[in-house]
Write a protein that binds this ligand. Sequence first.
Ligand SMILES: *Cc1c(COP(=O)(O)O)cnc(C)c1O
Length: 397
Amino acid sequence: MRLRLADGRELIDGMASWWCAIHGYRNPALDDAVRGQLERVAHVMFGGLTHEPAVRLACRLSQLAPEGLERVFLADSGSVSVEVALKLCLQYQRALGHAGRTRLLTVRGGYHGDTAGAMAVCDPIGGMHSLFAGALPEHVFAERPPDGFDAGLDESWSASVQELASAHAHELAAVIVEPVVQGAGGMRFHAPECVALLRRVCDEHGLLLVLDEIATGFGRTGAMFACEHAGVAPDVMCVGKALTGGYVSLAATLCTPAVADAVSGGEGGGLMHGPTFMGNPLACAVALESLALLERSNWRARVRAVERGLNTGLAGARELPGVADVRVLGAIGVVQLDRHVDVALATEVAVAHGVWLRPFRDLIYAMPPYVIDAGELSVLTHAMVQAARACAIGASR
Ligand SMILES: *Cc1c(COP(=O)(O)O)cnc(C)c1O
């Protein structure tokens, strides 16, 4: 759980290294998995050849994933898995004779990565599309789903999404969203019913549903994948971040046989993507062990305990001046201010309380490793509240 600074001080890590180190650091089982694989082979090309860790990982992922996602493409990073998902959708529509269906429908407030294709489906303002005006494809943006996991389906949001989808259906290949939690776009939670609505909209108009579970996958929201809250399965799903327990970069794009077979049978004869380090054996081996460890660790109970600890510890922040909202879902705790966070000040206060945080915009948040215990949780939440307090006082001075 801890990071040691150069001067010897130790900080409880509230960030899990951008949400991926779910088992904490220097986990003996994960260390051994890397070492064990190193004694066999560190890397081999994944074109024409295959290898055991990749095959086992692909099988494991498709077992864990929602029904129907039986095909797996191993990618280098989350952003690349989104690029792969977008290519899959375009090639799929083209193979079906819909070469004009090249745009994506998404919602405002999203985040899908930093490569060009992924960036184009990020929130236009948060993703600074203006910096790249003319160079990015222009996709179709619906309003952000209304806030609140328990909010149910908002009728006017629902109507506006349906209207947009039917107006653009002839040029749309797919819908892409982060289910239930928008991460780097603003740490917002929305109702699972919104995800279910998007499933219906896709079915109605012949669009593929792509769910980006890179932040939410592997238990973070209290379900193995966030789309389980909605009871829907996508046609294409991206996973990354926690996949290797934070050891090395690896992501995957899963899809249904219908998507994979159409792409394989279409022009080009297959998906047009083949990164050099695709299916790296070291990454696959540690991912397999991370998934095994997740299951051995009784993750549901752990995430529920983290949720309780975050709820208890952050409750007091609601009363603070300058705090606009406090919300918790699974192992995600958010204190939203009514102003931008003074990041330097918030960091200094958190560090003084023995905690590492990385606030952004108006958000002081935590996504800790699942192995955090009750004592560490109370230190973490206390530091978050103190950082929020300092920002409120600092700004009013
Ligand atoms: C982090 C993230 C990505 C990008 O993943 P990288 O591994 O940083 O390229 C994409 N989508 C979501 C939802 C993410 O949280």
